[in-house]
Design a protein around this ligand. Structure first.
Ligand code: IMP
Ligand code: MG
Length: 188
């Protein structure tokens, strides 16, 4: 059944999450709006539309909101990197399993990531992308967890810096689950 326009919005975030609330959906929305504004200012006046490259799957929720908070023309592409298994520890190896469609040569590229942990995922993708000669290449990460960093990476736009806890929600999963939670929770 289609939802009526006058229908009351369903209460969001009321679903039980297996952890402690860390960042509310309201705080996320505010921060993403600001990031969108900041990013739009940086790329305003570019000769070509920005290419937003979301890293599958975790960054899809963030990328969808970020895309809609931009006031500049932008395209949306996806790249898939696989490093984590079903656990909470990185395997240390990153493989690119799906590449963007078309060329990035001469394009302004913004990589969109859910969380930068060891830094290996972003580092691997940045190396690959640099070879494609983009006009510019930057990184937007919703979350930065510096405690477990192994590779030095520059994050140009950061949503939140978080403590050393495994988090779920807003696109981030544990064994494929909990991406649908509107806020971010520390897994217990
Ligand atoms: P890195 O390569 O170690 O920086 O790990 C980054 C990737 O691991 C992200 O794209 C996430 O998909 C995943 N990841 C790292 N930490 C978490 C977490 O706390 N929750 C869910 N996924 C995570
Ligand atoms: Mg990821």
């Amino acid at each position: 059944m289609a939802e009526g326009v006058a229908a009351k919005p369903r209460a969001r975030g009321s679903k039980r999450a297996p952890g402690r609330a860390m960042i509310s959906s309201e705080r996320i929305a505010k921060r993403v709006g600001r990031l969108g504004h900041e990013i739009s200012e940086v790329y305003a006046g570019s000769d070509t539309p920005l290419v937003l490259v979301a890293i599958l799957k975790g960054a899809t929720v963030f990328a969808a909101d970020l895309l809609r908070s931009l006031s500049i023309p932008a395209e949306l592409e996806f790249v898939r990197a696989a490093s984590y298994g079903a656990g909470t520890k990185t395997s240390g190896r990153v493989k690119i399993a799906h590449m963007v469609e078309g060329s990035l040569e001469g394009r302004h590229v913004l990589l969109v990531e859910d969380i930068v942990d060891s830094g290996r995922t972003i580092d691997t993708i940045l190396r690959r992308f640099r070879r494609m000669k983009p006009a510019s290449l930057r990184v937007a990460a919703l979350l930065d967890r510096p405690a477990r960093r192994e590779v030095d990476v520059k994050i140009d736009f950061t949503g939140f810096v978080i403590p050393d806890r495994f988090v779920i929600g807003y696109g981030l999963d544990y064994a494929g689950l909990y991406r649908e939670l509107p806020g971010i929770y520390a897994l217990s």
